[in-house]
Design a protein around this ligand. Sequence first.
Ligand code: FAD
Ligand code: FES
Length: 268
Amino acid sequence: MHINPKKTIAIKVKKIIKETFDITTLELDTDLDAKPGQYLMVWIPGVDEIPMSLSSLRDPVSITVRNVGEATRALSQVRQGDKVGIRGPFGNGYSVLNLKPLLIGGGTGIASLLPLAKKIIENGYKPAFLIGARSKNQLLFLKKLEKIIEKNNLYIATDDGTEGFKGYVSNYLNEILKNQKFDIIYTCGPELMMFKIFEIAEENNILIQASLERYCKCAIGLCGSCAIGPYRVCKDGPVFTSEMLRNVNYDFGKVKMDPSGKKIPIDH
Ligand SMILES: Cc1cc2nc3c(=O)[nH]c(=O)nc-3n(C[C@H](O)[C@H](O)[C@H](O)COP(=O)(O)OP(=O)(O)OC[C@H]3O[C@@H](n4cnc5c(N)ncnc54)[C@H](O)[C@@H]3O)c2cc1C
Ligand code: FES
């Protein structure tokens, strides 16, 4: 189903899954015609409308939310049977190319990469997947990934060393690249992590597709709240190719606009 982007429709939340202490998955009672990396605008009645990546495209359609502020807190507190408004899907999504892929996810960024991993596997490839979090108990979708990614292709990094490599995913990536070759990196997560990964990809001549986050209001390229250089994250993105990232290198990993349009530094 393609929902009218200008019209929000009310959808029942059919199941809630508590993933970690601050991350929750909401399974939605709807079907959708969406591709990996696309997102919905989710309206929480009486609170706000916010962008949320699809963490599953079908059977069931789901979103996975981290509680970081007012709207995400309200969404995390929705109960089974409650309704939320959705419009979408929006954005370009990832392009699945006939190349050897490494997927790198940090925090809730892993959510938008899970449907991509499934799509790559459906197409007959065996993707490698590197996931990172501050600590073992914050690793999202580890069990789901262990089911679909071969053991020797699943890399784990935690800042505190409670699981896998001790340190940032970017440091682990440098280690992995000493023994493995990849043609393309798909990444979603904190922008400073993705910026480091972009630099490493450029040094090693590896293509990259990175899913960026900016403050989104309209989701259809009109209001300008999500502008970065010549692009609108909501419509031209959220997935940026190597070439697009080179064009916005002065903003990427450095500054973004707050809801009032003022430029503020990126701190995570
Ligand atoms: C295309 C896209 C897909 C996204 N997918 C997911 C997802 O799958 N899961 C998830 O948990 N979050 C996702 N986000 C981020 C999510 O939309 C924001 O965390 C949310 O809008 C914050 O709203 P709030 O009222 O809870 O927090 P606020 O009180 O508004 O802000 C709390 C913090 O979040 C930051 N923030 C606020 N709005 C945004 C925004 N639109 N984008 C990025 N950072 C923001 C603020 O700078 C602040 O640091 C996505 C964002 C985009 C643009
Ligand atoms: S959210 Fe309005 S232009 Fe992107």
